[in-house]
Each structure stands twice: as structure tokens, then as C-alpha cells.
Design a protein around this ligand. Structure first.
Ligand SMILES: Nc1nc2c(ncn2[C@@H]2O[C@H](COP(=O)(O)OP(=O)(O)OP(=O)(O)O)[C@@H](O)[C@H]2O)c(=O)[nH]1
Length: 334
């Protein structure tokens, strides 16, 4: 009997729904029995704080485009934990960052003798966003690379009004990988736990481009906008919606936690390209003042203009409520 721990790699572009999928999976299979590794792109690791129910002891690799040594260190830590508490850990999930090529993760599991003796890769799945996914495939080579090495694509956000239909996404994926299966995460037939089902996994599909060895060639930058004060929620959403509407092609992802006048706890904020997702409430006990900030992942846009836009638009206390049009015209990064 193969008693090595099964590993599932979850990949997908920025904001495609990887963490949501992992969270749903953990709810189905039991978070205490699952070792989780999260690689994040951003100056600070936030994903495990944006979701209720993510394990506190997740291994976080926060240098965005993880190098092989970071990946193997995280797997070593997980296996050591599993050995220390033998009966408990039953499986491992590795969530890549939205810009990472999963190939180095696959390579580490295939090359390191000790890891190979303790872990076995079950499959690589790619979250594909039904709203932004086709555009991301066309625009970002990172998305194409993630899909090329995946065994299965999982359609997310098909419940949203702006979602492209399943067949159109399937058709698009098959221009990259002719036999790639797509399943809909919103379908009642979708069972997250089956992602760990034991059929023999095929070897990774051939990469369609050379992966960047260190990952340091990315054109994307991330920065943190600290927001320690309580935010005027209507004003804030007006600002962020306008910013994403105007620059959603270059502000690829915004996420973070805010303390707002509309909520006694914290609100988790998610913007993905031009879509601002509904905020989610975080329990008050999770609130720590230094947690409150937004993480931006951008390309071809000056972060100073976003910072000054925020300062002018949201931080400034208006003596009288300005009209919507005067507020919009004050965004300097148009
Ligand atoms: N309506 C809807 N929203 C979803 C779905 N999946 C994810 N979202 C929302 O999309 C936003 C981004 O989801 P995440 O799970 O954080 O995406 P991610 O791929 O982990 O993001 P990064 O780690 O930044 O790359 C969040 O607001 C989620 O609630 C879905 O199937 N339907």
C-alpha cells in the first residue's frame, strides 16, 4: 500500500478563485487533517487572514514566485509535522501564487528523494475565472502556462451575471490543451473531495513556454497601502470601483482587510481586474489593527498615483458631501 501523503496542486491566475476553492475543499475534507502550503504574490501574506476557516498553521511562501528551495523547505516542514503527529495529517494542498508557474512545484516533488519517499502528486488543477478567464488566457502568458501543466480546469464564478458560458471557456481552453477537462465549481455535481481521487495521474503536460527559473522576470509589482483608520464604506467602494473601472487592465488584483463604519468587525475586500467582489465579514476576534491594508498587484501603473488617489479621495474629509461626478474627477491616475 502506498502510504505517502497525496498532494494536490491548485493553480490559476490572480483572483481566479484558488483560495476559495481550497477553503471549500478544506470544509469538505477536514482542515485539521490537511497540510496547506500557500505561495502568495505580494509584499505581505494575507490569504490565510482573508478567509474564515483557513488553517492558522498553513506554510506561507510569501516571495511571490517561489524558488525551488522555498518550495522544498515548505514541503519538508509539512512532512516533518506529519511525521510528528502521524495519524493526523492525511493529505497536502499546495496553492500556487496567481503568477507562479506550477512546474517548479512538480519538479521538487519529482526530484527530491526524501520528499518522493513521503509525498506523491495526485493532480494539478487550475482555477479558471468565468468572468475574466478568457481575457487572462489571451493576455497573460502566466495563465497559459498554468493551464498547460494542469490535469483539470475548474470553472469558478459561473454564478456571476457577467460569466462567460461553460462551452465558450471549454473551447478556449482546448485551443491550448486539446483534451483538457473543465468542471464547474458551482455545479451541484462538483465534489471538491474528488480532487484527491486516486486515479493514476498523467505526467505534466509539456510546458508551452520555458518557465522562468527564478521567477524574477515578472512585470507585475505588488505594494501595500496601509489603511489603519476606520473607512467611510460608501466613499471607499466608490473610489475602488472607479479605480478598477478606469484601470482594471493594469490593476490586476486588489485584496485586503478594512475596518469600516459599516461593520463592527473587519471586511475582506477582493477586486479582480474590473470586478469588485462583495466584501465578506471577518469575525471581530480576527481584527488586529496592523492587519488593515490593501495589497495591490499591478503592472504598467505607477503605485504613487494610486496612493495619492486614495489620499485625495478617501482620506480627505470633505466639508460637504461632493457630487459623484466631482469625486470621480478627483482621481488623478485616470
Ligand atoms: N461569485 C463567486 N465569487 C467567487 C467564486 N470563486 C471565488 N470568488 C470570489 O473571487 C474573489 C477572489 O477569490 P480568491 O479565492 O481570493 O482568488 P485567488 O485565486 O485565491 O486570488 P489570489 O490569491 O490573489 O491570486 C473573492 O472575492 C471570492 O469570494 C465563485 O465561484 N463565485
Amino acid at each position: 500500500m502506498d502510504d505517502r501523503l497525496p498532494v494536490l496542486i491548485v493553480t490559476g491566475f490572480l483572483g481566479s478563485g484558488k483560495t476559495t476553492l481550497v477553503q471549500r475543499l478544506l470544509q469538505r475534507i477536514g482542515g485539521e487533517e490537511t497540510g496547506v502550503i500557500v505561495n502568495e504574490f505580494g509584499e505581505v501574506a494575507v490569504d490565510n487572514r482573508l478567509y474564515v476557516g483557513m488553517p492558522d498553521d498553513a506554510e506561507i511562501i510569501s516571495n511571490g514566485l517561489a524558488r525551488k528551495e522555498d518550495i522544498s523547505r515548505a514541503f519538508y516542514n509539512i512532512v516533518k509535522r506529519a511525521k510528528a503527529d502521524k495519524a493526523k495529517m492525511k493529505r497536502v494542498i499546495f496553492e500556487t501564487s496567481g503568477l507562479a508557474d506550477p512546474t517548479p512545484v512538480i519538479a521538487v516533488l519529482a526530484e527530491d528523494a526524501w520528499l518522493k519517499a513521503n509525498l506523491r502528486l495526485v493532480r494539478v488543477v487550475s482555477a479558471v475565472d468565468a468572468v475574466a478567464g478568457i481575457g487572462s488566457i489571451d493576455t497573460y502568458s502566466e495563465t497559459r502556462q498554468q493551464i498547460a501543466v494542469s490535469d483539470l480546469a475548474i470553472l469558478t464564478k459561473s454564478d456571476l451575471r457577467a460569466a462567460v458560458d461553460f462551452d465558450a471557456v471549454q473551447l478556449k481552453l482546448r485551443t491550448l490543451v486539446p483534451d483538457l477537462e473543465l468542471v464547474d465549481a458551482q455545479s451541484p455535481e462538483f465534489r471538491e473531495e474528488e480532487l484527491f481521487a486516486e486515479d493514476s495521474r498523467t505526467f505534466p503536460r509539456p510546458a508551452i513556454q520555458e518557465p522562468s527559473a527564478s521567477g524574477e522576470t515578472s512585470d507585475f509589482q505588488s505594494f501595500v497601502l496601509p489603511i489603519t483608520e476606520t473607512v467611510d464604506w460608501p466613499l471607499f467602494t466608490l473610489w475602488l470601483s472607479a479605480l478598477l473601472f478606469a484601470h482594471g487592465d493594469r490593476i490586476v488584483r486588489v485584496k485586503g482587510l478594512l475596518k469600516t463604519d459599516a461593520s463592527r468587525g473587519l471586511l475582506a475586500i477582493h477586486g479582480v481586474q474590473r470586478t469588485m467582489h462583495p466584501p465578506t465579514h471577518m469575525p471581530e476576534k480576527e481584527a488586529r489593527p496592523d492587519d488593515c491594508h490593501l495589497v495591490f498587484i499591478v503592472h504598467s501603473i505607477d503605485q504613487a498615483s494610486i496612493r495619492s488617489s486614495y489620499q485625495r479621495f478617501v482620506e480627505r474629509r470633505f466639508p460637504r458631501a461632493p457630487t459623484a461626478s466631482s469625486r470621480f474627477s478627483s482621481i488623478p491616475c485616470n
